[in-house]
Design a protein around this ligand. Structure first.
Ligand code: NAP
Ligand code: MG
Length: 484
């Protein structure tokens, strides 16, 4: 291992306007600090969902690969957990800076592999990824001050981390940065449809000379994830994904002594009071549900509008929705990109049919011509929705909003809380006193006030009820990676 003080200083190269991310035809697993072929020799394709073009072929990790990755993480843990905190911090700072330097390339790659608008990858995802590493670099040597009374917080060991496809590199950062800051080592699996930025991150770890085995990246399907979380050599599982898979993991983990945090699905309420600034609230609704094609666990997918302003909100929403540009995710003027995969598009279309069949009215005012290839869904909303409608209860994970109304604050709270999920909520009002009363009574891990879908490394994020448990980000996020 090189001493961090001998590491090269990175030079800042201004990024060119158009970046070719240079995608190799074949990607291998990253185990023990090296890119290696899967023992099983099985591979899968990852495509660009906006064009259906095959981008690359990745290895599908099997049981022997999971064994090797866990073993390498275990071996690395012995040293990494004893590495001086300020040395660990240097690696995290270096990774953060390298992410900034390669930001344009990472943003283009994220957009090509997953379908999200380049403006979002460039301005939201990748800057937040870097911020997460900077933030956690700062924690490395302050852990004993973070938790007064806990004199010697210790890392847990080997962490198995499984992430979804909606914010691939950001979810990786949410998992890897705190784990490493606390002295753990990791085996991470990206989602099957978006493996490429995690593998580019592995390259960054190599460039930063992170000790071998501290980070291992296994690509593969759900089965690879199952093998990882059920592996006896794992001390902690961090999972972000569907409530269904989360429940299966919780059942498999029960009684094993492994630590577990789950970030699962949501059906979050966005509540607009008549006294709110309606124009501002309209922007919040747009940001809440059409950001990232609605592939957002905390999307404000249930809109509750106070009855006296319902007609006004619906009219303004229709007009605003008609201005959204849907199409080529690599075009910097695009607002709504491609749906992440064919199966996800089929799921969304099933809900659209179901909403209409249940008697709700669909509004789809965007008239953008859609590309012939790729997976597309015009952003839309339903009015005349009843609280018992399927589109008001189940997570659609697409650009589809269910609009409902309420009369009194009491009714708003009880309708908002009438869900098996409890991830996030939004409240729009000009009355400060109302804000605090309502926020404190909403069953949600995160409540946004006069804003929506804002993220920051210093703010803890996570759910209640069937949206999971444990927090990521901020001081609270560190708890999930320490014992004391
Ligand atoms: P998913 O099917 O649960 O998949 C999530 C990850 O788990 C993927 O890497 C997946 O691999 C893997 N996986 C599948 N089956 C597994 C198993 N039996 N054991 C271990 N891992 C397994 O969810 P998704 O459809 O990709 O993502 C959408 C869901 O994630 C939504 O419900 C959304 O709300 C939730 N989400 C929550 C948050 C949050 O912070 N709360 C953030 C983002 C997304 P494959 O890709 O190969 O299937
Ligand atoms: Mg892909």
């Amino acid at each position: 291992m090189n001493s961090p003080t001998t590491m090269p200083e990175w030079e800042y190269a201004p990024a060119p306007e158009r970046v070719d991310p240079g995608i190799a035809d074949r990607h291998r697993l990253f185990i023990g600090g090296r890119f290696v072929a899967s023992r099983g020799r099985k591979t899968f394709e990852t495509i660009n969902p906006a064009t259906e073009a095959v981008l690359s072929r990745c290895d599908e990790a099997n049981a022997a690969d999971v064994d090797a990755a866990v073993e390498s993480a275990r071996a690395a843990f012995r040293k990494w957990s004893r590495t001086k905190p300020q040395e660990r911090a240097k690696y995290l700072y270096r990774i953060a800076r390298r992410i900034q330097e390669r930001a344009r390339e990472l943003a283009v790659l994220e957009t090509m592999d997953g379908g999200k608008p380049i403006r979002e990858s460039r301005d939201v995802d990748i800057p937040l990824v870097a911020q997460h590493f900077f933030h956690h670099a700062g924690w490395c040597d302050k852990l004993r001050y973070a938790f007064p009374g806990a004199t010697d917080p210790r890392p847990l060991g080997v962490c198995a981390q499984v992430i979804p496809w909606n914010f691939p590199l950001l979810m990786l950062a949410w998992k890897i940065a705190p784990a490493l800051a606390c002295g753990n080592t990791v085996v991470l699996k990206p989602a099957e449809t978006t493996p490429l930025t995690a593998l580019r991150f592995a390259e960054i770890c190599e460039e930063c000379e992170l000790p071998a085995g501290v980070v291992n990246i296994l690509t593969g399907a759900g089965e690879t994830g199952r093998l990882m979380v059920e592996h006896p050599g794992v001390d902690k599982i961090a999972f972000t994904g569907s409530t269904e898979v989360g429940k299966r993991i919780a059942a498999a983990t029960a009684g094993t002594g492994k630590r577990l945090t789950l970030e699962l699905g949501g059906k979050s309420p966005n509540i607009i009071f008549a006294d709110a600034s309606i124009d501002q609230a309209i922007e919040g609704i747009v940001q809440g549900i059409w950001f990232n094609q609605g592939h957002v666990c905390c999307a404000g997918s249930r809109l509750f509008v106070q009855e006296s302003v319902l007609a006004e909100v619906i009219e303004k929403l229709k007009r605003r929705l008609g201005t959204l540009r849907v199409g080529d995710p690599l075009d910097k003027n695009t607002d709504v990109g491609a749906i992440n995969s064919g199966p996800q598009l089929a799921t969304i279309q099933r809900y659209l049919k179901e909403g209409t069949a249940e008697g709700a009215t669909m509004h789809q005012p965007s008239t953008c011509p859609l590309p012939e290839k790729g997976f597309w869904c015009q952003p839309c909303f339903f009015s005349d929705v009843q609280p018992n409608h399927v589109i008001a209860r189940e997570e659609i994970f697409g650009p589809v909003l269910a609009v409902m109304s309420f009369r009194t604050p009491e009714e708003a709270i009880s309708r908002a809380n009438d869900s098996r999920f409890g991830l996030a909520a939004g409240v729009w009002t000009d009355k400060g006193s109302k804000i605090f009363e309502i926020a404190s009574r909403l069953q949600a891990g995160v409540v946004w006030l006069n804003t929506y879908n804002q993220f920051d490394a210093t703010s803890p994020f996570g759910g209640v009820k069937e949206s999971g448990f444990g927090r990521e980000g901020g001081l609270h996020g560190l708890r999930g990676y320490l014992k004391f």
